[in-house]
Design a protein around this ligand. Sequence first.
Ligand code: ADP
Ligand code: MG
Length: 592
Amino acid sequence: MFPRGPSLRYNTGMSIQLLPEEVASQIAAGEVIERPSSVVKELMENALDAGADQITILVKEAGRRLIEVIDNGAGIPSGELKLAVHRHATSKLKNAADLFRVSTLGFRGEALASIGSVSHLTLLSRVQKEDMGGSIRVEGGEIHPVEDLGIPPGTTVRVEHLFYNVPARLKFLKTDRTEKRHINDMVSRYSMANPAVRFKLHHDGELVFQTSGSGDLREVFSSVYGVSTAKQMIEVIYEDEYLGITGYVSPPGLTRSNRREMLFYVNQRPVSDPALSSATNQAYHTLVMKGRFPITVLFLSLPPDKVDVNVHPTKAEVRFEDKGEIFKVVSRAVRRALLAFSPVQEVSNIRGVNLWGGPAPDQSHIHRGIDPAWNKLEKNREEGVFGQDMDSPQISAPLGAPILRLIGQVAATYLIAEGPDGLYLIDQHAAHERVLFEKFTSERNEGNPSQALLDSVVVEFSPSSADLVQEHLPILRKLGFDVEEFGPGSFVIRSVPGTLQGSSPEGMLRAAVEDLEVDETPLEKNIEEKIIARVCKRAAVKAGQVLTPEEQKQLILDLEACQSPRTCPHGRPTMIHLSVDLLERKFGRMGP
Ligand code: ADP
Ligand code: MG
């Protein structure tokens, strides 16, 4: 956009001038430093580049007041402190050719200068072999003289009053909760790429996240996502002469409603490339429903000259030399890992929810590979067994449900029933979602009576999800979840809404907060609706679950009793109707 002001509209009368250093830095800062988490990112990268194996991050007021990153890396000689805060000053690159083989995270020599131009920055550092260190202070781009200082080896960068001189940025910042979440996500991302580094993150004096630095990725993963999630992850290992892939992906039963937990790294550098997540999703084709996304932490390694990380100042994007091929390989490697794994399924995944009376049988001891029903289903889809006409079904007007006579279940996914006017194919998941949703909503008016669990369940959350649970405790309680904080990042569930009894309490609590991160401050009513829809979806029987004839019958009866039986709460059809007319035409019993 053109500036609106009259004097800047045309450059007549202004001669070409070099921008003052201060202004240039502020412009650069605009690209690199978007919010507090960008500062955390740049400072962590510098610490990692300096070979630190301990990085401590202190944050106050979501980074508005203070971001301090303390490392035990190589340090900066006092004589170079001044250079370090200068723009285009880097120790990591000497000429243009180096650009194509950089292995450090930074190389633009921009971060410290940029941060210094929009904050009060103090850089304290000491190299191992010197007895004294030094400090330098930059205030809004103005560099003060270096002072001697006795400190332990390593570097501390203290950033205070971020954006104090850029009101527009300050105004653009989101709530503390959101800014903290960005910081938390950034720290977890880097900690997973560097399992041998000990990370500690404090918010306002409280330690909220730490890793041991043991070098074991699974351990770091557990710190981020909790042990129970970590235990379910499937390992991916792939290697050819050109590309290596390692990491973890979640089993098809463990998914999220968005891509936020699909993390990718190229040569240890976090990247965000939508094509990489679609390649991975591709591997889950037919294993998870549309709109569900796995949790992934995948590390790609390829020769530095095959990938250009220099595309974007914050380097989240990459350019691959052979994009198509890489994505194909990623997709195949993940698919192979998925098909090879042999998970311990959750009770609710095996038998479905126990809506059907009595507590769910404990089948947690049953170890199963991917249900053969999936493969069968997939094969059917590929071979087009579900013929064309089924793809363009004739869905009747959304009135009440007809009275149905159950015939049976196909592909462990659909129920077949006969109605007064033909055949009905019912999607068991969508139908059950509808049933639960209506029960839940009607019980809400009675305050959603909750059902105490025989054994309370403790669930661990990542720091940002824990914040969400904490924040929504009142609503969750109102909906029948008796949940209480149980140490940092974990919560104990004592009772669940009666309607959802029998379903995995942990799964439901996770589902409840899953979508909430996206919206900032929606109306409470909307949040409730959202939570109800999410937990009902989570609690509903899945495609691929074999139901007993009694369960099938009950589902159909329950569906018949619904007010809007023909769609799931998200608006997808629960049933497809094939009228007698249509059948007769298809069989050539009647003229077309
Ligand atoms: P870049 O990382 O792109 O080189 P920065 O502005 O982030 O640019 O840092 C400038 C220089 O300051 C680095 O090249 C490095 O030499 C030095 N430096 C910055 N932070 C640290 C640190 N934590 N430990 C050691 N040296 C550092
Ligand atoms: Mg840097």
